[in-house]
Design a protein around this ligand. Structure first.
Ligand code: RB5
Length: 178
């Protein structure tokens, strides 16, 4: 059973017709949901809703987010501007699964003009049902986090590092310690 129970939703006008059935589906699975808008078909701007959901997830008010626009691209870009957010824009279940296992994605972005509700449910099943596996992937997440938290990050190239030695990536006063 996935321990992440509170899911934040958001979309622009183009994503709203996919958002409704997916919110109902996620609710039926027992998750607590909240819709950060938009709430009607009037034309609006996806950065508003990507930012709202991303900030709620980044603050820890929600465990994960699911957002939609026409392609899933614009609203995903908006979400990824918020520090701490790793939003995956995907259109099939395999990438949704790997976005959790390897990338510890905390927001899923879908395109209502790309996937229908039934495919979207399969994608959501993988996203909500898969946990981050850590290990060597943790170091890469730490590198992304360093980019969020510092403005002068320089990455050191590491190839074939052992899991133990390179498990964690530490940022310290502009120098990278691996
Ligand atoms: C709106 O027409 C559309 O551009 C938007 O929903 C999204 O697909 C942008 O990435």
């Amino acid at each position: 059973m996935n321990t992440k129970r509170k899911i934040a939703f958001g979309s622009d006008h183009a994503g709203i017709d996919l958002k409704k059935p997916i919110m109902d589906y996620v609710k039926s699975l027992g998750f607590e949901i909240h819709d950060f808008g938009t709430y009607d078909h009037n034309r609006t701007d996806y950065p508003i809703y990507g930012k709202k959901v991303a900030e709620a997830v980044a603050k820890g008010e929600y465990d994960l987010g699911i957002i939609m626009c026409g392609t899933g691209i614009g609203i995903g870009m908006a979400a990824n501007k918020v520090p701490g957010i790793r939003c995956a824009s995907v259109s099939e279940p395999y990438s949704a699964k790997l976005s959790r296992e390897h990338n510890n994605a905390n927001i899923l972005s879908l395109g209502s003009r790309v996937v229908g509700p039934e495919l979207a449910k399969l994608i959501v099943d993988e996203f909500l049902g898969t946990e981050f596996i850590g290990g060597r992937h943790q170091r890469r997440i730490d590198m992304l986090t360093a980019e969020d938290e510092h403005n002068d990050v320089k990455f050191e190239e590491v190839k074939n590092g052992s899991e133990e030695k390179y498990n964690h990536y530490n940022y310290n006063e502009g120098k990278n310690i691996l």
